[in-house]
Ligand binder design. Structure first.
Ligand code: URA
Length: 275
């Protein structure tokens, strides 16, 4: 085990061990759990000395900061400047991989940039990678992603379709997995927003689908709930955009699938109208 691991690297290493099936910690020195103590504790008269009060309260572990805390650096400004300098998708991916101000990067295994066809007429923007996406480096490959594929296959669209009219291009608001799949913080979303905006501008889809409440709330800058917004066409970056219920929500709430179906039909009709 490396000794100079920081908090995030140590945590990622521990999570990795747990995912591999580790259930116990093994120390460097062997210990015999069955060995009897030299003297049975109930025979010992002397009371153990009370623990000495620490002079200072024991340092509590600082929660991971969402932003690298160099006060002279404005991460949003850095994101804006570097995203703007990217003139194609490969450069944007490399620029994001080199961005050091979002702490999520340190706990993630992979940068999850995109999947599907960059030439697709429809671009889907989800929330953030989960465990499977983090492992594979691709968005929407876990259970929710499989449902997403089935949903779009029902209107004859898919990420592997070679024809741009039937293809999908898929990305997320955040390219790194938040720990324990927690919701992205407002700070993380603000910091990464220049990248997703640049991503949309460079891919230049005809239509955007905002998958779920996080991407809808962040990109449309609204606090209105997704159950009200879903299915309502809006405009984002000069193109039509459709908020939809997230497939992870549909997995938990199967009765809502009828709304998703109605939204898919609305998307299909809109795509037929567009040149
Ligand atoms: N949920 C998302 O929003 N994005 C993914 O890539 C996976 C699950």
């Amino acid at each position: 085990m490396r000794e100079n691991l920081d908090w995030h690297a140590a945590r990622a290493a521990l999570e990795w061990q747990i995912e591999l099936g580790a259930t116990d910690c093994i120390g460097d020195a062997p210990s015999d759990s069955f060995a009897l103590p030299a003297e049975a504790p109930w025979k010992t008269r002397a009371r153990p000395a009370p623990p000495r009060r620490a002079e200072k309260p024991a340092p509590t572990e600082a929660p991971p900061a969402a932003v690298a805390t160099d006060p002279t650096v404005d991460p949003v400004a850095v994101a804006r400047a570097t995203a703007a300098a990217a003139t194609d998708l490969d450069t944007l991916r490399a620029t994001m991989a080199a961005f050091e101000h979002c702490e999520l990067k340190k706990g993630a295994r992979n940068l999850v940039f995109c999947d599907g066809q960059p030439a697709a007429r429809v671009m889907i923007v989800g929330e953030a990678p989960g465990r499977d996406e983090d492992r594979q480096g691709k968005p929407f490959v876990g259970r929710a992603g499989q449902l997403l594929d089935r949903m779009f296959a029902a209107i004859d669209m898919g990420r592997d379709a070679p024809d741009p009219a039937r293809a999908l291009y898929i990305t997320n608001m955040l390219p790194w997995r938040p720990p324990q799949n927690r919701d992205p913080s407002a700070q993380e979303l603000a910091m990464m927003r220049p990248f997703i905006e640049r991503h949309i501008a460079l891919a230049d889809p005809q239509v955007l689908v905002l998958m779920g409440r996080i991407s809808t709330g962040a990109l449309l800058e609204t606090r209105e709930g997704i159950t009200r917004l879903r299915g309502q066409w809006r405009t984002l970056m000069d193109r039509p955009c459709l908020p939809m219920l997230h497939p992870a929500y549909l997995l938990r709430t199967p009765a809502a699938k009828r709304h998703a179906w109605s939204d898919l039909l609305s998307l299909q009709a809109r795509m037929r109208e567009l040149p």
